[in-house]
Design a protein around this ligand. Structure first.
Ligand code: MUC
Ligand code: MG
Length: 369
């Protein structure tokens, strides 16, 4: 029986403006969900969006409102069900709302793993690795600043591969920016770009050709979400990896993209998938179709980031690593012990559940009142 379901909006400034084709972020709003049970367990879940409604269909405010108005009363009526049965009951009455469902499901899985006294990764099938490689996203908007930031990350042994956010300038200007960074960092440092669907197919052909020749390793979501025909043609035309991100909205779209050969890599995001279990299904579709995997982020804070790390630790093929750097982009720590980033990777906790302890006084100070 669930005794309380609390939804908090926690506002945290970023360490610098994070410039993307869809929005420039100066702050991130974490939607934290805290669920307690009558047998004494507390589980946490999280959802974030990027730039309010700039990136997708849900906003932090809509997630909170929908959880408080629709999920919470329903959850209070449910008892004696496992996580799958609880989620099935919610889905019978609530359409869409993948991010809200993800936050709730994460908290329920956190509780269940604690009850079983196992790390969340083991409830999700079992980890294959104790840490996941993590890249850094260069998105200051300034070439020289990005180069200095990358060099600092390499020296700190924090990150040794990078993703660049492009798509807000003309194709030629973006290519010049990316190749200047690639040249400065050298041939052994993997550089990928995320266009966030800003290009038409013709712009993509021009941009991808130049970036491929310049030694870039991967192009993320070059074209519009629904334009999977263009994604298919680009995947076929170029040797460079083409990755689907925004086009992936759960197992069903994963199946459609795989069937149409519309990507060579999938960015698995737990919120975009609709939950950790659905994220696992997306990965299974990819694996069966011979599509490589990358562990994506919606720039979550510590809760969503470590939940994703538990899932990604179970993937057989994590060929392109992960981008689970969200908490490092934020100026405030909300855990009693910060997540462990070392040797270019994020450690996956070994303690029960998510394996983190939240600093609730700090969260209370940061939450929107
Ligand atoms: C995206 O589209 O990949 C993930 C990392 C980052 O900097 O932005 C997000 C969104
Ligand atoms: Mg992306």
């Amino acid at each position: 029986m669930y005794t309380s379901i609390e939804t908090l909006l926690v506002e945290i400034p970023t360490i610098r403006p994070h410039k993307m084709a869809v929005a420039t972020m100066q702050t991130q709003t974490l939607v934290l969900v805290k669920i307690t049970t009558d047998d004494g367990f507390t589980g946490w879940g999280e959802a974030t969006t990027i730039g309010g409604l700039g990136y997708g269909e849900e906003s932090p405010e809509s997630i909170k409102t929908n959880i408080d108005t629709y999920f919470k009363p329903l959850l209070k009526t449910l008892s004696g069900l496992n996580v799958a049965q609880t989620m099935a009951a919610l889905k019978r009455s609530i359409n869409g709302n993948r991010f809200a469902k993800c936050a709730i499901q994460t908290a329920l899985l956190d509780i269940e793993a604690q009850r079983l006294n196992i790390p969340l990764s083991e409830l999700l099938g079992g980890r294959l690795r104790d840490s996941v490689p993590v890249l850094w996203v260069l998105a200051s908007g300034d070439t020289e600043k990005d180069i200095a930031e990358a060099q600092k990350m390499i020296a700190l042994k924090r990150h040794n591969f990078f993703k660049l956010k492009i798509g807000s300038r003309a194709v030629e200007a973006d290519v010049e920016h990316v190749l200047a960074i690639k040249q400065a960092l050298g041939k052994d440092v993997s550089i990928r770009v995320d266009v966030n669907r800003a290009w038409s197919e013709l712009e993509a052909i021009k941009g991808i050709r130049l970036l491929q020749d310049g030694g870039v390793d991967l192009i993320e979501q070059p074209c519009a979400i629904d334009n999977i025909d263009a994604m298919q043609r680009l995947t076929q035309k170029f040797d460079i990896a083409i990755m689907a991100d925004e086009s992936l909205m759960g197992p069903q779209t994963a199946y459609r993209l795989a069937k149409r050969n519309s990507a060579s890599v999938f960015a698995v995001k737990v919120a975009q998938s609709g939950g950790l279990l659905e994220g696992r299904d997306v990965a299974t579709v990819a694996q069966l179709a011979g599509i490589d995997l990358y562990g994506g982020t919606m720039l979550e804070g510590a809760v969503g980031t470590i939940a994703s790390a538990h899932l990604f630790s179970t993937f057989q093929n994590l060929a392109y690593g992960t981008e689970l750097f969200g908490p490092l982009l934020l100026t405030e720590e909300i855990l009693k012990t910060p997540l462990q980033y070392q040797d270019f990777a994020l450690q996956v906790p070994n303690t029960p559940g998510l394996g983190i302890q939240l600093d609730e006084d700090k969260i209370d100070r940061l939450r929107r009142k």
